[in-house]
Design a protein around this ligand. Sequence first.
Ligand SMILES: Cc1ncc(COP(=O)(O)O)c(C=O)c1O
Length: 418
Amino acid sequence: MGREAEHSLADFYFSDSDDPLCPPEGFVQWAEAGSWAMSMYEPHMLGAVAPRMAIERAGERSDVINLSSYNYLGLATHPEVVEAAQEALRTYGTGACGSPLLSGLSDLHRGLERELAAFLGQEDCILFNSGFAGGMGTLAGVLRKGDVAILDAKTHLCSIDGVKLSRAKLVFFDHNDPDSLDQALTDSEGARRLVVVEGVYSMDGDTADLPKLLPVAEKHGVGVLIDEAHSILVYGAHGRGVVEHYGAEKSIGLQFATFSKAFAGCGGFTVGPRALLHYMRYYINAYGFSCALPPAVVAGLRKALEVATRDNSLRETLWANTRYFREKAQQIGLDLGHGSSQVVPIMVGSDRRRLYELTRTLHRRGLFLAPVDYPSVPEDGLRFRVAITAAHTRADLDRALEILEDTIIRGRVDEAAE
Ligand SMILES: Cc1ncc(COP(=O)(O)O)c(C=O)c1O
């Protein structure tokens, strides 16, 4: 990666080709010249998601400590969860084979809807077969042309795409800034509006500042939707998310979360008032026109919910691991940004070539972290993103910290020769 480090994916969105079925010429050349760096993406995981596992990248196999998977409570391989999914697979077969509206919902799906609504103290729940589609669909389901969606500037792409799909006006307020939110709400007076925030911001690992933001939304009489993808089962005394953590249950209109993180499955869900969700079921195309979750996945999710909520032990281990890792990482001089959650960014500056050289070195030395590059994050905020889990042992975390100190702090990095 030489001059190609001067470019990023942001440079190839618009195409110079006459045919939409031909990728831009510049992209093809750039990707070829930097192929060693691009090979850091889509590594093959050789086995179940676990704290220690093997990965293969560009034909190179590495035994690694995995700090990249969102398996926050370690449920991906929990024996009870695996057993529940296996049992449902035997009884219900492989797929739901129909959309939820017509022929896809089993008694397992209905059970999970009921359990999630009860867990979160809400009247109803809609399940989605993808977290991204669920987040996008929830916004597209309630917003219409002429409405204004007011999103925190660090909100995930699924919410942004949902607003675009609805053709509502998309407005951002400065991250976690109540004055900026107040201004956006004042500027949009007269329109139907919705404020959108996230429980834990996925690139920075900080939480929505609900105590400051909610009074502003309330003052303007505008409802709030929260995406708890990274905070459900993790935050709050019972795992009910950042909403529970801040005691904000009464101030949130819709709570959305994904099953791909602490639930260690796949899909997502939205909970809220029954009448609204009844309406949404018919207007979220990603729900009504897409196959329901496979029953075996649903059975695994139900068991995951049970295991994660019958006591607080997994959450306590996760938080003890998070505190341990954050403290030690700061002691060795890593820049962790401003968050305090189990999502821990490690900031590496603006040198894109170094980001990829570091990634390759980390894999070779036995630590699995993925590069987070512009335009996913600002050009001067390139980073790695650590996902701490309850399944990591102190020995896993210590070894990971040694590798990080050796590479990022002491600069022992394999330079790119290709
Ligand atoms: C905040 C947030 N919302 C939604 C999603 C999409 O979820 P999924 O990966 O389950 O499709 C993600 C994915 O990482 C996310 O971070």
